[in-house]
Design a protein around this ligand. Structure first.
Ligand code: GLC
Ligand code: MG
Length: 538
């Protein structure tokens, strides 16, 4: 079996993980120093979000140079040291590739602005004349995913497309130089020893020929994303086939211990399961984040439908589902789902499902969404929504490692010097505090990951439901493990429902044997003697 099919990958947001040089910003040496946390958690891989030179108009997803390291994060040597250390610990390393757009400070975009209308330099991006008198209206009705029009006019009168912030001009993927450049980018990082790539907005690179209007209601209902003329176009798939064969054929770097299968994971906001499955056909990417699971409400029938549809769609192309309930773009689960207990139960549910999993730094600590004061918000969503949307910074604050007050061991700098402020009152969330507490979220994640390893069940093996489709709880078995989640409003009596087995892990203290409280989840083993997480230490 290939390693990525049931791997647990840990997402690291470098500026917020750990600061090694006391400037208040997390950096690559900080990651290297704290990799033991990821190893002790029991993850198989790390994914590092963009660490490339960037003016930070969108948290580093506005890239000036795709093959270098940002000064505040370190050097290419630091990147190598990180990769070597990770590999020594048995962790794979995945990096972010952002092929849809560059920063507006990228040399190609500067060149395009300087060269003017009709120039070859403009063909790498999507420059167009406007509509109406003097071309004063945008070329079409497309809206930015961050709010407002997706077009910005330049002084010579032309408009350029940006599906995100104006500082993120979209490339024209029909241009041969763009295609060649990203093959170079992939090869460059493969030569640095990486094990794969997370492809940013993988559903957006190609725009429909002629740039037709998209109509009303854009970015309102994600279920319609695949119908938009700027998303999910057919031309994406030959490109991903090309990249897959590049990964499969590119020689391993000198000194690599053994050839490893390298992966592509799609960040494709496509919610129609059959459309999403097309990104993970046998000769395309291996994984695609399952955002339908992240977006699902805390209700049993909806969650069950998402699980069933996702498993069926990926089984049809012989790929795993890649589960995710947290990322640098999503509200933290305890806040989103309505409490820590639900977040713990959702995690146990996710970790019991067949397939691969991505965790996001701080998820294992049960961090809630932090409140960021108005004058410290960095996310462009805040400005572009005229202050209606506080954006994603509340999920991006620096990790609390130890101690009783901010910056909780994240940096040696003063709290005020942190690039994003941590809230007061997080001392109970620190890695140090939780590591010693057998009932903490961190201990729960560690045990869950260990059990996943110790009781490997075929990653794409079948899941057998015990709960009826319309029940207010979820219960299913995979081989010798039964997972039960109570999403209803009354305690569940497991024996009465015929749900047998020894509790091996639970999201909370189980008050009495055979009873599952509201919002709780339990793993039952029909094979082992059992280990109740509240009564027995590992
Ligand atoms: C992806 C990233 C997000 C970023 C966007 C534009 O969705 O995860 O953080 O804002 O792409 O690059
Ligand atoms: Mg630093």
């Amino acid at each position: 079996m290939t390693w990525w099919r049931d791997a647990v990958c840990y997402e690291i947001y470098p500026r917020s993980f750990a600061d090694s040089d006391g400037d208040g910003t997390g950096d690559l040496p900080g990651i290297t120093r704290h990799l033991d946390h990821v190893r002790d958690l029991g993850a198989d891989a790390i994914w590092i979000t963009p660490c490339y030179p960037s003016p930070l108009a969108d948290g580093g997803y506005d890239i000036e140079d795709h093959t270098a390291v940002a000064d505040d994060l370190g050097t290419l040597q630091d990147f190598t040291a990180l990769t070597v250390r990770a590999h020594t610990m048995g962790l794979k390393v995945i990096v972010d590739v952002v092929p849809n757009h560059s920063s507006d400070t990228h040399p190609w975009f500067r060149e395009a602005l300087a060269a003017g209308p009709g120039s070859a330099a403009r063909e790498r991006y999507l420059f167009r004349a406007g509509r109406g008198p003097q071309g004063a209206a945008p070329p079409n009705d497309w809206e930015s995913a961050f709010g407002g029009p997706a077009w910005t006019r330049v002084p010579d009168g032309e408009w350029y497309l940006h599906l995100h912030a104006p500082e993120q001009p979209d490339f024209d993927w029909r241009d041969a130089q763009v295609r060649a450049e990203f093959s170079r980018v992939l090869r460059f990082w493969l030569d640095q020893g990486v094990d794969g790539f997370r492809i940013d907005v993988a559903h957006a690179l190609f725009k429909a020929e002629g740039l037709p209007d998209a109509g009303p209601g854009q970015h309102q209902d994600p279920a319609r994303n695949h119908l938009m003329p700027y998303y999910d176009q057919e031309e994406l798939h030959p490109l991903y086939r090309e990249w897959r064969s590049l990964l499969d054929s590119h020689p391993a770097p000198a000194g690599a211990v053994a050839p490893r299968e390298r992966v592509l994971v799609a960040e494709a906001a496509v919610f129609e399961p059959a459309r999403l499955a097309r990104y993970v056909r046998a000769d395309e990417m291996q994984q695609a984040f399952n955002f339908a699971f992240l977006e699902a409400p805390w209700r049993a029938p909806e969650l069950r439908r998402v699980i069933d549809e996702s498993l069926a769609a990926t089984a049809a192309v012989d790929a795993p589902v890649t589960w995710v309930m947290s990322s640098h773009d999503a509200a933290r689960p305890p806040t989103r789902l309505g409490g820590e207990l639900r977040a713990a139960s959702a995690a146990l549910l996710m970790l019991a499902l067949p397939g691969a999993v991505y965790l996001y730094q701080g998820e294992e600590l049960g961090l809630p969404q932090a409140h960021i004061p108005d004058d410290r918000i960095r996310d462009p969503l805040w400005r572009r929504s005229d202050g209606r949307d506080r954006g994603r910074d509340g999920a991006r604050v620096p990790i609390p490692w130890s101690g009783d007050q901010p910056p909780y061991g994240f940096t040696t700098a003063a709290h005020e010097a942190c690039w994003l402020p941590q809230p007061e009152g997080w001392s109970r969330f620190t890695v140090a505090a939780q590591g010693e507490d057998p009932d903490s979220m961190l201990s729960l994640y560690r045990r869950a990951l260990r059990l996943r390893r110790e009781h490997p069940v075929a990653a794409h093996g079948t899941l057998h439901w015990h709960s009826p489709a319309d029940a207010s709880y979820l219960a299913f078995s995979r081989a010798e493990l039964t997972c039960v989640v109570n999403l209803g409003s009354e305690a569940l009596h497991l024996d009465g429902l015929g749900l047998l087995g020894q509790p091996v892990l639970a999201s909370t203290v189980l008050p009495e044997r055979g009873t599952l409280p509201v919002d709780a989840c339990v793993w039952l083993s029909t094979a082992t003697d059992g280990e109740d997480r509240r009564t027995a230490r590992p």
